[in-house]
Design a protein around this ligand. Sequence first.
Ligand code: ADP
Length: 345
Amino acid sequence: MSEEILHIIYNFSKKYNDPINNLPLDQKNQHFSVIIKDNNVNISLTTVPDKANYSNEILKIIENFSKKIKGVLSVNTVLTSERPNKNERKNKFNINSKQIIAIASGKGGVGKSTFAVNLAGALSKIGEKVGLLDADIYGPSIPKMIGITKKPEVNENNKLIPLENYGIKCMSIGFLLNVDTPAIWRGPMVMKALENMFDGVDWGKLDFLIIDLPPGTGDVQLSLAQSAKLSGSIIVSTPQDIALIDVRKGINMFNKVNIPILGLVENMSYFVCDKCNEKHFIFSNEGAKKEAEKNQIPFLGSLPLSKDLRIKSDKGKLLCIDDPEGEMAQVYFKIAKLINKFSEN
Ligand code: ADP
């Protein structure tokens, strides 16, 4: 019922444009949100002082419309006014990279790190200067996946020198913390370690910095997203319902901090049996694709459950370097090119 009401309201509101950025007032709009709890509707619109009257008019129209929808118990509206520059992201960390892209997931174990590593591989293979930052405090696994076994050294400026493989500069929070105890790290300690990953590392000049975020949407993810001057995010999910519930939280988190979501990737979409050669949809069929459509965010592609990929990951090999002609590598190249195009715009 709530989903239906939400759909009806957004369908109506998108006919109006945001007085600040002139974009439709839809689910993607960072200044507009509709939340429904037990059929009580809360609508909020952010404006700037000189557009407040016009924003208020639009909000009233949407409010009046919403009140008439069958099943709606109450409608509450909030117009928040911000000074324009308050909306700008805090650029706490200073990295010389054209793009900084976070790879996120609502849940652990969906293949977020594997995706981050292989996307970095695809970008590197098409000639981009790539850095890969493993910020997954709960299970830093990137160095192993990219075949790095050494520990970083410190240069004369007291900065950590990233380790390199396949032309990718890599740094992991795992180098700074004991992998057996990261889960008990809390707030300031984690942030301090993450700060070291940015400002304490000699990244040099990059085209892309790919950040493997910790799974979930807690304080660490939120402050990282805000402080890291992210140009965009990619959310990885399996197609099953239980993972998709948390994807919605991820979408909300990035929307809240005004970070564009470049798209959703469906991992472990299906498995091709080598005996019958048929696709088996182990974790349900096209769940993430449908979720992307529902939230009007781009769907970037489906990646199968692949034994070959798992073996490569365990051996520190990358798809786009080791088997660039393969079907899965092609999906990664497609996404890498899309991101590249995004960075040109
Ligand atoms: P997350 O970062 O979301 O916790 P990982 O990337 O660490 O997940 O992946 C969890 C495990 O699943 C790893 O062992 C990885 O090799 C494996 N894996 C990830 N994606 C695939 C896939 N498409 N096919 C087969 N194994 C995969």
